[in-house]
Ligand binder design. Structure first.
Ligand SMILES: [Zn+2]
Ligand SMILES: [Zn+2]
Length: 82
C-alpha cells in the first residue's frame, strides 16, 4: 500500500450520558425484580452525531474525544455557494 487516501469524514451516531447508562446498568435496563427489560437505550442517553473518522474510540462505543458533526475537518471542495 503506497497510496494512502486522505481520511474521509464519516458521520456516526453515538450516545452521550452517564457512565452507568452507557454500561447499561441504570435502573431502566432492569426491573425491580432484576430482570432485563429488553430496552436497548435508556432515556437518559441522548444521541449525537459525530465524525467517526476523527473521533478516538477509547472503548467499545465510547469516544474521547468525539469529533463533532458536521466535522470541522471536512474539506469543502465547492468554493461557490448558492
Ligand atoms: Zn472528520
Ligand atoms: Zn439510564
Amino acid at each position: 500500500m503506497t497510496d494512502t487516501p486522505s481520511a474521509v469524514c464519516t458521520p456516526m451516531t453515538l450516545f452521550v450520558g452517564r457512565e452507568i447508562c452507557l454500561d447499561r446498568e441504570c435502573d431502566q435496563y432492569m426491573t425491580d425484580g432484576g430482570e432485563d427489560t429488553g430496552i436497548n437505550v435508556c432515556s437518559h442517553l441522548r444521541q449525537e452525531q459525530a465524525c467517526e473518522t476523527h473521533s478516538v474510540e477509547v472503548d467499545a462505543g465510547r469516544y474521547d474525544p468525539a469529533a463533532p458533526w458536521p466535522c470541522p475537518h471536512i474539506v469543502r471542495d465547492t468554493a461557490q455557494e448558492g
